[in-house]
Design a protein around this ligand. Structure first.
Ligand code: 3PG
Ligand code: MG
Length: 392
């Protein structure tokens, strides 16, 4: 990872523009998960302590570009930041005309996705962002897979562009798992659809000693082995892919499962041998014997990569598989990294955030990095570093 780092620079009296990922769930003005905001705080505090004039920017949701929409305003984030940082945070919409001034300790630009040209990485918009700073800091790992004006273009045109500490930590944690893992390495890939995780499964199956699959993905693997899955979520079009992955990796599949008659919290939960699942059944979780096997495998792991739940953990009756994984990772002495939206919700629910070696703030970015893709916002920082080093 060859990039200029924020921590290598003198920030005193500099106009520092930090791209954050404040894309957090907000319902009726209330932030329901603040993990991404909390993860951003140390970088902001560092810049403030170093004497920088700090401007922050982020997207929030996917509003229609080119106009203000109150439902997607960044204002609730400003209020939240003020409480955490105990510092005034001023939201600015017309930042192209009214440049953030030195009276405001922290300026937060209104949702970057209100700006025409943001999503297509328009050069003029990228240059406008670049013009309001001396140093651009990319710290939004969660948005690093987006080639947009506030993630990529600005990094190209800012006088100096560098990686923020959160971005650096995220990449280091993932590189540690993907490049030189302590063995045995175990990956858990759960979630509903194999189609959305196929690239991850392909990549990771070449690296792991043991693969655990969960959710609808596990059902597709069970079907690929000729086992009955009844009415369960299963992608029959991907059975050939599941068979190919199974032929090259050791996959732990459930031998017992918890089934229901429908996808609802009130459906009754029945324990069955996997081979005895009927045409009326829906597999909604691993059974206790399989969950125990998961725990035994994870306890012995040197490295654990976790993305996606095992069962429908939102319903208490079907949370066991996911809870067992969460507990086993907590008790493991191996190096563990968890990432992805549903995974973070599970980490939150079972209260194990502090017991995982690294919890990523990335959803799509996390998956793309694991797939081995280059993240555009990282690539531009690396290419600038190369060019500037050559010019020296
Ligand atoms: C995310 O939540 O995955 C990131 O913030 C990126 O958001 P996006 O998928 O709307 O670009
Ligand atoms: Mg997304």
């Amino acid at each position: 990872m060859k990039m200029l780092k924020m921590t290598d620079l003198c920030l005193k009296d500099k106009r520092v523009l930090i791209r954050e990922d404040f894309n957090v769930p907000i319902r009726n003005g209330i932030i329901s998960s603040d993990a991404r905001i909390l993860a951003a705080i140390p970088t902001i505090q560092y810049a403030l302590d170093a004497g920088a004039k700090v401007t922050l920017m982020s997207h929030l949701g996917r509003p229609v570009e080119g106009k203000f929409d109150h439902d997607y305003s960044i204002k609730p984030i400003a209020d939240y930041l003020e409480k955490l940082l105990k510092t005034k945070v001023t939201v600015i919409s017309d930042w192209k005309k009214n440049l953030p001034n030195s009276d405001c300790k922290i300026t937060l630009l209104e949702n970057v996705r209100f700006n025409q040209g943001e999503n297509i990485n328009q050069t003029s918009l990228a240059k406008s962002y670049a013009s309001i700073c001396d140093i651009f800091v990319m710290d939004a790992f969660g948005a690093a897979h987006r080639s947009q004006a506030s993630t990529h273009g600005v990094a190209k045109y800012a006088p100096v562009s560098c990686a923020g500490p959160l971005l650096v930590r995220e990449l280091e944690a993932l590189d540690k798992v993907l490049e030189n893992p302590s063995r045995p390495m175990v990956a858990i890939v759960g979630g509903s659809k194999i189609s959305t995780k196929l690239a991850v499964l392909e990549k990771i199956s070449d690296k792991v000693d043991q693969l655990i699959v969960g959710g609808g993905i596990a059902n597709t693997f069970l079907a690929a082995k000729g086992l009955p899955v009844g009415k369960s979520l299963c992608e029959y079009d991907f059975i050939v892919d599941a068979q190919r992955i199974m032929s090259k990796t050791d996959i732990l599949l459930p031998t017992d499962v918890m089934v229901g008659r429908e996808f609802s919290e009130s459906t009754s939960a029945t324990l069955k041998e996997t081979a005895e699942v009927s045409s009326e059944d829906m597999i909604l979780d691993f059974g206790p014997v399989s969950a125990k096997k998961l725990a035994e495998t994870l306890i012995k792991a040197g490295t654990i990569l976790w993305n996606g739940p095992i069962g429908v953990f939102e319903f208490q009756k079907f949370e066991t598989g996911t809870r067992v994984i969460a507990e086993a990772i907590s008790n493991s002495i191996g190096y563990s990294v968890a990432g992805g939206g549903d995974t973070l919700a599970a980490v939150d629910k079972f209260g194990i955030t502090d017991k995982i070696s690294y919890v990523s703030t990335g959803g799509g970015a996390f998956l793309e990095y694991v797939e081995g893709k280059t993240l555009p916002a990282v690539e531009i920082l690396e290419s600038r570093f190369g060019a500037e080093t050559l010019a020296d």
